[in-house]
Design a protein around this ligand. Structure first.
Ligand SMILES: Cc1ncc(C[n+]2csc(CCOP(=O)(O)OP(=O)(O)O)c2C)c(N)n1
Ligand SMILES: [Mg+2]
Length: 327
């Protein structure tokens, strides 16, 4: 029997959501810092600061055995699914110790053992890969689900609608999870879409949809849990629209001149981390000292992960020819 009260998630889960969001933020801040210090291998990083509630909530609703893909802003989702931050930093730094031996970097990170079938830098391209994951789950009768995380930039792409159609037609256990941070590069979602009724679009295919406050980790968890349970239970695909905001620009160097300061401020006031911290303080599940201890522990973890990754080895020229074909 599930002993959780109807009023909300269990205390450990509520604390876990805060911890995951804190880890994501600290991770992302160090990616930005490392980039500015010149120790990363890439020229472009997409930080998910501000979007942590979507990753933490949906990540907590997923189970071992579920699989997923992400878009180019997927560090948080992978961390929420159990990634080792040290190996992630190593990948970002182009080291052999990274998840993909330093060959993939931030935008192509993957680890099948954790169900991560790959981040993808081509907008919308991860969606049909997750469709394949869903097909496998159904064909192999695993009772598990496959999730595709993508941004609002993919909402007007044909590949999304081809995938929704096929998922519905074949009743595949696929969760289409939209991290709607309001912008695709400099274009606001309402300037790119003829209609903002995205959930209705999914439902046109007979796909169950829900829109959720993506700045609220518990709300995301609740919605994702229900939709994933439908997927795993053989009730077909589902669509989750999580409304959120990226606190930085598209890339770390983008000062986002296309957004007003008032708009940025109004979203920053809804900071998902602050919200969860205050909620747990009010519920008596956390003290100020407890939070300070948690923050210090996470900060230490991430500092150690950066230091470990920076000591990693650089690929040799001969590594170019490794991992090209299966052994
Ligand atoms: C098919 C394709 N078109 C254009 C681009 C260039 N591009 C990279 S990120 C991006 C914006 C994506 O916006 P969104 O999907 O909302 O994700 P976000 O960056 O907001 O997380 C674009 C247009 C690309 N990578 N792939
Ligand atoms: Mg976007």
């Amino acid at each position: 029997m599930n002993a959780q009260p109807e009023t909300g998630p269990a205390p450990e889960l509520r604390l876990g959501l805060l911890r995951t969001m804190l880890r994501i933020r600290e991770f992302e801040n160090r990616v930005a810092e490392s980039y500015l210090r010149g120790i990363t291998a890439g020229s472009m990083f997409h930080l998910s600061v501000g979007e942590e509630a979507v990753a933490a909530g949906a990540g907590a609703a997923m189970e071992s055995g579920d699989c997923f893909t992400t878009h180019h802003r997927g560090h948080g989702i992978f961390l929420a699914r159990g990634a080792d931050p040290a190996r992630m930093f190593a990948e970002v730094f182009g080291r052999r110790e990274g998840y993909c031996a330093g060959k993939g970097g931030s935008m192509h990170i993957a680890d099948i053992s954790l169900g991560h079938m790959g981040a993808n830098a081509i907008v919308g391209a991860n969606i049909p890969i997750s469709l394949g994951g869903g097909f496998a789950m159904k064909y192999l009768k695993t009772g598990k689900a496959s999730a595709a995380f993508f941004g609002d930039g993919a909402l007007n792409q044909g590949v999304l609608y081809e995938s929704l159609n096929m998922a519905a037609l074949w009743q595949l256990p696929v969760l289409f999870a939209v991290v709607n941070n309001q912008y695709g590069m400099a274009t606001r979602v309402d300037r790119a879409s003829a209609s903002l009724r995205f959930v209705d679009r999914a439902e046109t295919f007979g796909v169950r949809g829900a829109e959720v406050d993506g700045m609220d980790a518990e709300a995301v968890w609740r919605a994702a849990r229900e939709l994933l349970a439908r997927c795993r239970g053989g009730q077909g695909p589902a669509f989750l629209l999580a409304d959120c905001y990226r606190f930085y620009g598209h890339g770390r160097k983008d000062p986002s001149p296309y957004r007003s300061k008032e708009e940025e401020e109004s979203w920053r006031r809804r900071d998902p981390l602050d919200r969860q911290r205050k909620r747990l303080l009010a519920a008596g599940l956390l003290s100020e000292q407890g939070f300070a201890a948690l923050a210090a522990e996470v900060s230490r973890e991430m500092d150690e992960a950066v230091a470990w990754a920076a000591r990693g080895s650089m690929p040799e020229p001969a590594d170019l020819f490794r991992h090209v074909y299966a052994d």
